[in-house]
Design a protein around this ligand. Sequence first.
Ligand SMILES: [Zn+2]
Length: 146
Amino acid sequence: MPVPPSVKFEVEIARGRYATIDDMDGIGRRSGLACPDCHGALWELDEGELVRYRCHVGHAYTAELMNVALDENLRRALGSALRALEERRALARKLQAQAEQGDQRHVAANWRRRAREFEQELEVIRSSIERIDRIAVRQETKDAAE
Ligand SMILES: [Zn+2]
């Protein structure tokens, strides 16, 4: 069986040859996705039935791995959004309490409303994280069954 040009080329990259964007365009299609490792552009390479992703630095992903990596990035991003919102909610609650003590009812109501908005946003993010976790568990179960 002849060696596909993309494999031959990848061996060269593995030997230390740095791929240019033209090289990558020659062996694959631009995927529009970012490499989970270096955030560079990723190219889609067809290998028979398999699709693989690879950046020009040489990070390579199967479609399944790509999915998991994207989920992990998403989970990390959602995690930091969650922390930021929790801090904002805590601050809003603190300012609400201060305003109540100072008898600034209008200001207190304002902070209470803001805190509730943050809580609703927190709920949305929490359920997104749960959904991703459920999908990840399904994927792992499916992988284990195969
Ligand atoms: Zn990369």
